[in-house]
Write a protein that binds this ligand. Structure first.
Ligand SMILES: Cc1cc2nc3c(=O)[nH]c(=O)nc-3n(C[C@H](O)[C@H](O)[C@H](O)COP(=O)(O)OP(=O)(O)OC[C@H]3O[C@@H](n4cnc5c(N)ncnc54)[C@H](O)[C@@H]3O)c2cc1C
Length: 324
């Protein structure tokens, strides 16, 4: 078959990432409008748990390919896109997706629509909407290229596992002759303190800023995050102070997140922070300054001391959960 949509299904350590289902579902919805099939591609040496289940998200084919490092994955995706005369190639706007997509763009000589929050097709033409100027404006972009290349903001496009049936993944043969690449992946190091839910994939984020007063108080946020089934994020001030790792930084120079619930604790709401979290569905702000700009984007606000409000909130969440 040709004219399909290729969906990059990101995996880590043999398990699909949440974004894989989001990207495949979005590709399937687009495919329905365009009358195109969806080829889901996961790169892994061994099996990928749940890969066949991508058929339920609408994939018409699930391929397991070999690709050591971003350059090799990009080459394989570009080769597949050429071979299938793909209408579109979609990736998540995750660290891996952001690394691979521009390489695919260069190899296919097509433009890239980055960090899209909407994707649609009308009259056979694909259109994407992406935030610009730190989320202050939205651009609608079209491409005249035959293949539409886009990265999708994680957590924005819902996954739907009712669009098809599970498939048997097919392993692609290793490419003949290994092309020279500048870098290959040697090892994946686990973050200090063990693997946590990544902020870009979390449904609930409890983020702390300078108002937390020190690294020791982030334990309060860990407890609230645990009670809510979420993860901890941080403002740049907290990261620059060495209180939290950079992987948790949210904002213009950190990660862009779109969780269902974002609890901002002791964060003022500088534009560079808002750029990374303003598309969260529900925003709760806890700040002792009633004039803090974060309250302008918050759905719910608590004016008070985080060191008092957060433990009280955690207790209430626990009580509510215990009461069912
Ligand atoms: C190029 C550039 C890129 C940037 N990228 C990012 C980015 O990616 N992410 C990011 O976050 N920032 C980024 N920044 C920095 C940004 O401008 C702000 O400086 C930063 O977001 C401030 O972090 P904060 O809100 O934690 O600290 P502050 O602005 O100092 O705010 C602390 C807040 O805590 C409140 N507070 C204090 N004590 C308490 C208490 N006991 N209880 C309740 N509230 C309390 C205060 O009222 C205040 O509102 C960037 C800046 C530049 C120039």
């Amino acid at each position: 078959m040709t004219g399909e949509i290729i969906a990059f299904a990101e995996q880590r350590e043999g398990a699909l990432k949440k974004s894989a289902r989001e990207v495949v579902t979005t590709a399937a919805k687009l495919g329905k409008e365009l009358g195109a099939g969806v080829v889901a591609v996961a790169f892994a040496e061994g099996a990928v748990e749940g890969a066949g289940g991508l058929g339920r998200c609408g994939a018409t084919e699930v391929l397991l390919a070999q690709g050591n490092g971003s350059a090799a994955c990009a080459r394989a995706l570009a080769d597949l896109a050429r071979e299938r005369q793909a209408r579109a190639v979609l990736l998540p706007a995750s660290a891996a997706g952001k690394d691979i997509a521009p390489r695919v763009a260069a190899l296919l000589e097509v433009p890239q629509a980055s960090d899209c929050v909407r994707l649609s097709a009308a009259a056979g033409s694909i259109e994407a909407v992406r935030p610009v100027y730190g989320g202050k404006a939205l651009w609608t972009v079209k491409s005249r290229a035959s293949c539409f290349l886009a990265t999708l903001r994680p957590n924005v496009f819902p996954a739907d596992e009712s669009l098809g049936a599970a498939l048997e993944p097919v392993r692609l043969p290793a490419p003949a002759g290994t092309p020279a690449t500048l870098a290959t992946l040697k090892e994946v190091l686990a973050p200090q303190g063990g693997r946590r839910i990544e902020v870009t994939e979390a449904d609930v984020i409890v983020a702390g800023g300078r108002g937390m007063k020190g690294p020791e108080h982030f334990a309060l946020l860990e407890r609230l995050a645990e009670a809510l089934g979420g993860t901890v994020g941080a403002s740049r001030a907290a990261v620059d102070a060495g209180w939290r790792p950079h992987a948790e930084q949210i904002g213009q120079t950190g990660k862009t997140v779109a969780p269902t619930l974002y609890v901002a604790c002791g964060i003022s709401g500088a534009i560079q922070h808002l750029a990374g979290m303003s598309s969260s569905r529900v925003i709760v702000a806890i700040n002792k300054d009633p004039e803090a700009p974060i309250f302008k984007v918050a759905d719910y606000g608590v004016v008070g001391d985080v060191l008092e409000v957060v433990p009280a909130l955690t207790e209430e969440v626990k009580k509510a959960k215990a009461a069912g």
